[in-house]
Each structure stands twice: as C-alpha cells, then as structure tokens.
Design a protein around this ligand. Structure first.
Ligand code: MG
Length: 380
C-alpha cells in the first residue's frame, strides 16, 4: 500500500491582520507548513508528502520548506476544493491523507487509527465530540441545538485514492469545506476515528499563543559547540560560510574546507547529541572529496528536524588575521540562514584575530568556533 499525505497550503489569508499567509508564519521559530510536513513525513506508514500551494507562493513555500523532500510543489486553485483536485491529479498510489497546513501538529496515533480504518472502509476522518452548549445564534440567542449526535470533523482525512478522485469527479455545487463532504455525497461510507485537540485549526491569535505555549512546554533547550581549523594551502579564493572569498591563498581540506560551515555543523550535531561531522561525513569517503559543505550543514539540520527539534540560534566566530572577514559577514549570515531555513536574525557571524599569536596569528590557517541553541523533546 502506497500512502501519500497531501497537505493543502494554498490559502492566502492570515485572518490576523498583515503578514504572510498563516501557513508561512512561524511557531517556535519554524514555519507552520514545515511543522505539518514534519509531523506526517516522520510517520512510518506514510510514504510520500506532497504540498499544494497558492499560485505565486513558490518562493515563500520554498523558504518555509527549507529543502524538505515533498516532490514538485503543486499549484492550487481558487478554492480549497480546487486545490485538493489539483493535488489528487498530481499523485498516484493507493491511499491519500488530505490535511490542512493550518493544523501543524498531527499526533502519530491519529494517523495509525485512520490507516487502520481504511482496512474496512474507503474513507476515514478524525472527529471529536462537541463540548460546548450549541444554539442558533441570531440577534439574540436562538433555539438550542442538541449536541449529543454532533462531532467536529478534523484533518487529516484518509481515503482510498481512487474513491476520493471519483467522488470529486462527480461533485457539483458550491465548493465543499472538506473531503468527507465530497465522499459522503458520492455515497462512500466514511468511518470515524478519535481525533485530537492538537489537530484543531490555527485561526485566531489565541490559537497561535496556545500553539507556542504547547511547543514551549514540550521541548527543552539544548546547546552545542563546534570548532574547526583548516590550514592555508594553494591558491585562493577560499570558501567560508558557503561564500567564495577572494584571497591569494586557499584552504586545505578534503571537502571545500569551509571552517565556518564545519564549526556550525558540529555545533548543531553536538546540541542534538548526534555525533560529529567526521562520523557523518568521514574524510575517508570519496563522496565528500571537494564537496560543498552546505550538504553537511543541511544534513545536520535535517537530522534535528527529523527528531522533532527546532534550531533557534547559531553564533559563529571566525579566527584569523587574513582575509578580512567583515566585508563578507552579512553575505555569510544570509547564506547560513538560507541553508538552515531560518530568519537572518537567528544567525550571527563574527570575526576576531589572535593578536598575531599562535597559528592563526602567524597566518598558517583559519579557525572557527560556533555555538548552536536548539530545542528538542526530552528523551527518555
Ligand atoms: Mg573542517
């Protein structure tokens, strides 16, 4: 059984005034869309994650996704239903989970329950009971509504792909608000499984505050340090922070000898307790000969992400007499921010000399040290 999660992230509104659409806003420093992708991609029962975005949102989506493997982005349509249709047309396989990006936290047991329900039914949705008193609300409070038989329907909603595609093909009338509506209209039996309050959609400012708070209590801060040295050798330019810096001498190393990215990579791995750069990318491995160190840094960030962690901040100090780092500091910062899919304010690149003392003072090489602050779930 091949299972695809289809995340609908095509909305253009934030409902909270100015700013980017809500799927591109950040919670705990990480875009809402990225939370949604990570929650589903990390589930063992899901084989692929695809994302439907609004037309013109390509750059925002790419920034929010930060290199996550979601295949080609699907461009959605005018309504949510149009976007889901576009998504369905872009995927293959047996089962699809249609999910809203504005529900960033999807507990794995909900997906377990949905997939189990599809053994016997063509469709399954997570639901929760209604706890509040319900009434018709007009000018004043109207007639009470019996809540005993009512449920709130959440996403992800799971379907046999062919059944949902067929149901959409036969849909006519105003755009539906979810897929279970389309499935029922087409006569499909829709099973109910237990939902989770964590799946409630982010709508109001209060929802965002609650989401931040929940993340804050779940994750603990961890700090890691990294240190790296490369000797001058041969001709320049040399690469620091992924930026080519003109200099008469280059740096020796198996990869591109980028001391800045190596120190930051080790700081991230250290913060996560995931070993060191030499362990993940041994210099003895010919694959990394001359490699762009951006690969190493992106890999460390992906490992933290896969573990449910968030990178909060990186600070790096370059130690050398030459070349002058200051003119390249901001370009390096912007590039590290891009690789880590973080705002530039989360990255700091500084430089110092050692007053002509030691190997950096004698101009024999360049050193860099870095610290990284991340948040991760405490491990048992
Ligand atoms: Mg190195």
């Amino acid at each position: 059984m091949h299972v695809t999660a289809l995340i609908v992230a095509a909305g253009s509104g934030s409902r909270m005034g100015d700013g980017p659409p809500k799927q591109y806003r950040r919670i705990g420093g990480k875009p809402v869309l990225a939370h949604a992708v990570d929650a589903l991609a990390s589930h063992a029962g899901i084989d692929a994650v695809r994302v439907v975005i609004g037309s013109g949102q390509e750059a925002q989506a790419a920034e929010a996704l930060g290199g996550r493997d979601v295949g080609p982005l699907v461009i959605g349509g005018a309504t949510r239903a149009d976007s889901v249709r576009a998504g369905l047309a872009a995927i293959a396989g047996d089962i699809v989970l249609v999910h809203d990006a504005a529900r960033p936290f999807c507990p794995a047991p909900v997906v377990d329950r949905l997939l189990a329900a599809l053994d016997s039914d063509p469709a399954a949705v997570p639901v929760l009971p209604v706890a509040d008193t319900l009434a018709v609300g007009l000018d004043v409070l109207g007639a009470p509504v019996d809540r005993a038989d009512l449920v709130r329907v959440q996403t992800p909603q799971a379907f046999r792909l062919r059944a949902l595609a067929g149901a959409y093909a036969s849909w006519s009338g105003p755009a539906p608000t979810d897929e279970s509506t389309v499935a029922r209209r087409a006569g499909l039996r829709v099973a109910m499984v237990e939902g989770d309050p964590l799946l409630d959609k982010l709508t109001s400012a209060a929802d965002w505050a609650r989401a931040e708070q929940w993340l804050g209590t779940r994750l603990i801060a961890r700090t890691g340090m990294g240190f790296d040295v490369h000797a001058f050798a041969g001709e320049g330019p040399l690469t620091m922070g992924g930026i080519a810096i003109p200099h008469e001498r280059g740096l020796a190393g198996h990869s591109d000898a980028d001391v800045v990215l190596h120190a930051i990579t080790d700081a991230l791995l250290g913060a996560a307790g995931l070993g060191d750069i030499g362990e993940h990318f041994p210099p003895s491995d010919p694959r990394w000969k001359g490699a762009a160190s951006e690969l190493f840094l992106a890999h460390a960030a992906a490992l933290i992400r896969d573990a449910g962690g968030i990178v909060d901040h990186v600070d790096c100090t370059v130690i050398c007499e030459e070349p002058k780092v200051a003119p390249h500091r901001l370009a390096m910062r912007a590039n590290v921010a891009r690789i880590l899919a973080l705002p530039e304010s989360a990255i700091s690149i500084k430089a110092t000399t050692t007053e002509r003392l030691g190997f950096t003072g004698r101009g024999e090489g360049i050193a860099a040290q870095a610290v990284a602050t991340i948040r991760m779930e405490p491990r048992a």
